[in-house]
Design a protein around this ligand. Structure first.
Ligand code: GDP
Ligand code: IMO
Ligand code: MG
Length: 428
């Protein structure tokens, strides 16, 4: 049995797409289990860049099954554009399976997302405005529309009618904006239904069948631990559960089926959107990381906030998801830094605290306890063996591993598939 989870340990954009694409070569199935097109996963193959939002990063290989699980929220227009984009580039989507239980993002979700952000004013979350939160809200309040409903014109029309009436009322009375025309939305979405129909399946059943048949399954997380609805920096989080536990719910497999959890860790820390970030840098070093690392959002193009590596965050992620191996990415971005800092603990009111603070007030007040490590000041992008990395780079990685409590499994020194150092074979 070999089902492995690749998930983010920080605030997203760790390079999950690159690691999933690398491991997907050996996998039979690649499956997304949460999030939606708020995700932006960049994969570079032979110098060509692919930006994926909903399609699993296994789509760039021939013959893989790619699953969009029940826990994902799907904007059908966006998904179809992504599918067509892949066809135009000569890739097949024949192996794509979309869960019949996945929730559908509607135009009112996108508008409510934007209006709610305006309404929050200075307390805005900084969402991607893709309608993610409002779609999960409807799922939880049990008025959401699932793929299975969209496939049935009668069922869809009835649900849409009820929802549009309620949402138009909300949009007009609370936000003071025009709502949507039922017939127009119905026509648009029933058009999507026809195009998506061939891909719709019971993906939980398909995944369990694959696992029973001994196939290799890779679960691809979107967002990350600190954006997890339950465990992240609430309310500055997304509306799903990116942690490894989210796989069971969002893909419909049992916890006993997961063999390994790989936590993807960027060699420093970034965050897009609002909320506390203890190791954030506001100086030249922050600018250096942003510019040399081209730290601008894949989905929204916003500049990412940059900071030192926070091992407290990674340790928290290791515990929450039972991470056994870490995949460290973007080590090369630190190649020219003279002195590096790792945050190994937090102090609050002068006292080292053991647990990751639930209170955002406390998190905003913590003082990072830094250890300084000498940089390696040389190019790592062509290195392919761990032993060939400069000693200072190894010391940096090993200190992270020690504080976080998980082994080093992969080190990535560039966006390309080949720029990968493997220390542990993930698929047995
Ligand atoms: P994801 O959302 O976690 O998949 O990450 P993103 O794709 O949003 O951002 C990661 C960026 O880093 C992408 O542009 C990747 O191509 C790139 N990347 C991944 N690994 C490495 C690496 O080791 N070095 C460098 N320089 N870039 C990397
Ligand atoms: P990947 O998969 C980084 C952030 C948004 C915002 C918060 C809530 O590429 O790592 P949402 O639209 O989800 O309601 O926004 O979450 N966010 C991400 N940040 N990477 C992502 O995905 C993100 N997806 C959402 O910026 O702060
Ligand atoms: Mg991203």
């Amino acid at each position: 049995m070999s089902a492995i989870v690749v998930m983010g340990t920080q605030w997203g954009d760790e390079g999950k797409g690159k690691i999933v694409d690398y491991l997907a070569e050996q996998a039979d199935v690649v499956a997304r289990y949460q999030g939606g097109n708020n995700a932006g996963h960049t994969v570079v193959v032979k110098g060509k860049e692919f930006k994926l939002h909903l399609l699993p990063s296994g789509i760039l290989y021939k013959g893989k099954t790619c699953v969009i699980g029940n826990g994902v929220v799907i904007d059908p227009g966006v998904l179809l554009t992504e599918i067509k984009g892949m066809h135009d580039k000569g890739f097949s989507t024949e192996g794509l399976k979309i869960s019949n239980r996945a929730q559908v993002i509607m135009p009112y979700h996108r508008l409510i997302d934007a209006e709610e952000e305006n309404y929050r004013g200075e307390h805005k979350i900084g969402t991607t405005k893709r309608g993610i939160g409002p779609c999960y809200m409807d799922k939880n309040s049990r008025c959401g529309i699932r793929m299975v409903d969209l496939m049935d014109a009668e069922e869809f029309s009835a649900k849409l009618k009820r929802n549009i009436e309620a949402k138009n009322h909300l949009l007009k009375e609370i936000y003071g904006v025009e709502g949507f025309d039922f017939e127009t939305v119905k026509k648009e979405y029933l058009g999507y239904a026809d195009e998506l129909r061939p891909y719709i399946a019971d993906t939980s059943a398909a995944l369990n069948k694959s696992i029973k048949a001994g196939q290799k399954v890779l679960f691809e997380g979107a967002q990350a631990t600190m954006l997890d609805l339950d465990h992240g920096t609430y309310p500055y989080v997304t509306s799903s559960n990116p942690i490894a536990g989210g796989v069971c719910v969002g893909a419909g497999i049992g916890p006993t089926k997961i063999s390994n959890v790989i936590g993807v860790v960027k060699a420093y820390t970034t965050r897009v959107g609002e909320g506390p970030f203890p190791t954030e840098l506001f100086d030249e070093m922050g600018d250096h990381i942003r510019e040399s690392g081209h730290e601008y959002g894949t989905t929204t193009g916003r500049p990412r906030r940059c900071g030192w590596l926070d091992a407290c965050v990674v340790k928290y992620a290791v515990d929450l998801s039972g991470i056994d191996y870490m995949a460290i990415t973007r080590l090369d971005i630190l190649d020219q830094v003279k002195t590096l800092k790792i945050c190994v603990a937090y102090k609050h009111n002068g006292i080292v605290i053991d647990e990751f603070p639930a209170s955002l007030k406390v998190l905003a007040e913590v003082e990072p306890v830094y250890e300084e490590l000498a940089g390696w000041e040389c190019d790592t992008t062509t290195i392919r063996e761990y032993a060939d990395l400069p000693l200072n780079a190894r010391l940096y990685l090993e200190r992270l591993s020690e504080v976080a409590g998980a082994a080093l499994g992969i080190v990535s020194v560039g966006p390309g598939r080949d720029q990968t150092i493997i220390m542990h074979e993930m698929f047995k």
